[in-house]
Design a binder for this molecule. Structure first.
Ligand code: PRX
Length: 647
């Protein structure tokens, strides 16, 4: 498979698509030529209490150095109205959410009418507990319907939700709650994943020992497992909500009022609170969900992400519900109870659009074709991929075996910061190449720059930047606008720097090559190497640690840690296990190191900077090509590291 392999849009798909090739080109041009007119029109896809007259007002700081991003700034709306109220007259009895439990015998369906009622009840309960517009509410829930209800109820009362993935540790939860001074926590007794229980309430109790800003906790009963309830502070969901009225006045929100905060990892420091606002985010969520998935009324749509990540925010909840879709929420994992689970769920619920991550595809690919082929999958129309580069081999397996060469694959490139998809084929418009995210959506202006910031033309490889704003872009880092400017707008002045590298081929197609900073992508989970390092050095026996990504067949990247012990400490298998457990406890299971190498010394420059380039090569077993090591303070340490590489 070379990069000239072009999988043309099938005529039957083009004929039915909402956007064909000419349509895409016209949209792209219209958005580029007159963004105000284009987005004023697209803004009508959501419900406004007061329609915006001012559309785009953006400064990327090229000349002023001040970064300010505003869209639809005089518009007034409430995101929950777009997702619920306006559908009641036309589709109140349509299923909004299909919930599929971890256990295949448990599922549920919630109509738009029921969802609206449940959201209003929780909104009223939160108001009763004193939560006000602008307050931050932390959500730490498993993949149950209550997670969507909680998000929309926050939106309804103008509270800013901050979801923390249920796999994060008490420490990680606490630091996120502290950073944004959340006043309320919404959690559950326990979560379920792959037949195992996750002690969410117990984790929350541990976290809350250091979170004085939390005044109340609402606890959903999920597994029925025993938990401790602190009088005054903790309230069962059903006690708080069941007697509440089923309507609640939606708060009037300015388009630029915050909708949510979501913490994500960067190259340095602690995870930052990515802040998204209401109007632009909702327009982008709806626009991209409809066009990228060619979504049509009545279709069942399934995104397998967790609501703890941005994909779950935009493509399980806000985008599909804004578009009146039926969205499937899955509590479980791809290989429980068997490796046919995804395909069985597709048949069971007649899923038309299926959106998952390359790591899941690679894991299932290893199980062979039989578990797929024994299912029908005839309902499928569109397949999607997100979260990391998809290797052509996995792409083709997905295309041939899951989609029977009938379903186009949309490989969607985007980030927590971008709010929604930026680069992806539109299925009825753009011929695909396995492994390429293809072309930018209307309103998106990518460019490649070299390390000095010079824009590269034509076929080229470089740093991926965006030259102009799109409505779904993050607006700031919560509580630290300077960090926002430094992180994204200072590397290549006047442009938004993604942190990714990419190649553009002769057809103008983009091939994302991965992060060019110290962020790694482990099974589609974004992780700062600095976070894992600081967890390791917090262990009493560790003097120093350096963490890099290493190639991993299934996870894309694995975590490879070089650890220097304190004088007098001896490496042992027991200590290795202890350190892995330590990192799991400090951050969460997704941060478990795959390999720990005992390093008597680390390769450093004379000024003391660790040369990660060399550590990455050793971890990747590319020891033939270590490059120039002459600037190292002690070139001898490299030889030792090469010889003792963990296999
Ligand atoms: O490196 C890119 C990779 O995931 C990063 C964003 O991670 P996160 O903010 O957690 O959002 C994940 C869900 C959008 C990007 O900087 N990435 C995401 N999608 C792709 C991708 N890399 C290649 N191809 C993709 N389709």
């Amino acid at each position: 498979m070379t990069e000239t392999t072009l999988i043309a849009v099938k005529p039957e798909i083009a004929a039915r698509a909402q956007v064909d090739e000419a349509g895409y080109k016209a949209m792209y041009q219209a958005a580029a030529q007159d963004p105000d007119a284009f987005w004023a029109k697209e803004a009508q896809r959501i419900a406004w209490m007061q329609a915006p007259k001012i559309i785009k007002n953006v400064d990327f700081g090229g000349t002023s150095g001040k970064v300010s991003i505003k869209w639809f700034e005089d518009g007034v709306l409430n995101a929950s109205v777009s997702c619920l109220d306006r559908h009641l007259a036309t589709r109140g009895d349509q299923v909004a959410i299909i919930w599929e439990g971890d256990d295949p015998s448990s599922d549920a369906k919630v109509t738009y009418k029921e969802l609206h009622a449940r959201v209003c009840q929780l909104a009223n309960a939160m108001r009763g507990l004193g939560v006000q517009k602008g307050d931050r509410v932390c959500i730490y829930l498993p993949m149950i319907v209550e997670a969507a209800v909680a998000m929309l109820a926050c939106a309804r009362i103008g509270a800013v939700h901050s979801i923390v993935f249920g796999g994060f540790s008490p420490d990680s939860l606490a630091s996120r709650i502290q950073d944004s001074d959340c006043v309320l926590l919404i959690t559950a007794d326990e979560g379920r994943r792959g037949g195992r229980k996750v002690p969410l309430k117990a984790n929350a109790d541990e976290a809350l020992k250091t979170c004085p800003s939390i005044r109340h906790v609402i606890v959903a009963r999920n597994t029925g497992g025993a938990v401790e309830m602190m009088p005054e502070r903790d309230h069962w969901w059903s006690d708080a909500c069941d007697t509440q009225p089923e309507t609640a006045e939606p708060e009037k929100m300015n388009a630029e009022d915050p909708l949510f905060i979501l913490y994500t990892s960067g190259s340095t420091g602690k995870p930052k609170g990515v802040l998204h606002t209401t109007g632009g985010y909702m327009v982008w969520a709806s626009f991209t969900h409809q066009n990228v998935f060619d979504y049509r009324d009545g279709e069942i749509y399934w995104c397998t992400a967790d609501v703890g990540w941005v994909t779950g925010h935009t493509y399980i909840v806000y985008g599909p519900l804004a578009n009146g879709a039926t969205t499937l929420m899955f509590e479980g994992v791809p290989n429980y109870p068997t490796v046919s689970r995804f395909w069985e769920v597709i048949d069971k619920h007649q899923v038309a659009i299926f959106y998952t991550a390359p790591t899941a595809i690679r894991a299932l690919m290893r199980e062979g074709e039989a578990p797929v082929k024994k299912t029908s999958r005839k309902s499928l129309r569109i397949l999607g991929s997100v979260g990391e580069p998809i290797n052509p081999e996995a792409w083709l397996w997905y295309y041939r075996n899951v989609g029977d060469e009938r379903c186009p694959i949309v490989d969607t490139w985007w980030q927590t910061e971008t709010g929604g998809i930026l680069i992806s084929p539109l299925p009825g418009a753009i011929a695909q190449k396995p492994g390429s995210a293809t072309l930018p959506l209307p309103g998106v202006k990518p460019a490649l720059v070299d390390n000095d910031g010079a824009v590269l033309e034509g076929a080229a490889e470089g740093n991926l930047v965006l030259l102009d704003s799109w409505p779904g872009q993050m607006r700031t880092v919560y509580g630290d606008h300077e960090r926002f400017v430094q992180t994204y707008f200072s590397t290549f002045k006047g442009t938004y720097f993604t942190g990714d590298g990419a190649r553009r081929d002769a057809d103008g197609y983009y091939w994302i090559t991965g992060r060019v900073d110290d962020v790694i992508n482990v099974a589609g989970h974004r992780m700062g190497t600095a976070e894992v390092e600081s967890a390791l050095v917090a262990h009493p026996k560790v003097a120093e640690a350096a963490v890099v990504g290493m190639p991993h067949d299934i996870k894309g990247q694995g975590i490879y840690a070089y650890v220097t012990l304190k004088t007098g400490e001896e490496p042992s298998e027991a200590l290795r296990k202890e350190l892995v457990a330590w990192v799991r406890k400090e951050i969460g299971p997704i941060a478990s190191p795959d390999a720990i190498q005992w390093a008597p010394g680390l390769p450093k420059t004379r000024s003391g900077k660790i040369m990660r380039r060399i550590l990455r090569k050793i971890a990747a077993n590319e020891t033939e090509a270590l490059g120039d090591t002459s600037t190292l303070a002690d070139p001898g340490v490299v030889q030792d590291l090469v010889e003792n590489r963990v296999r």
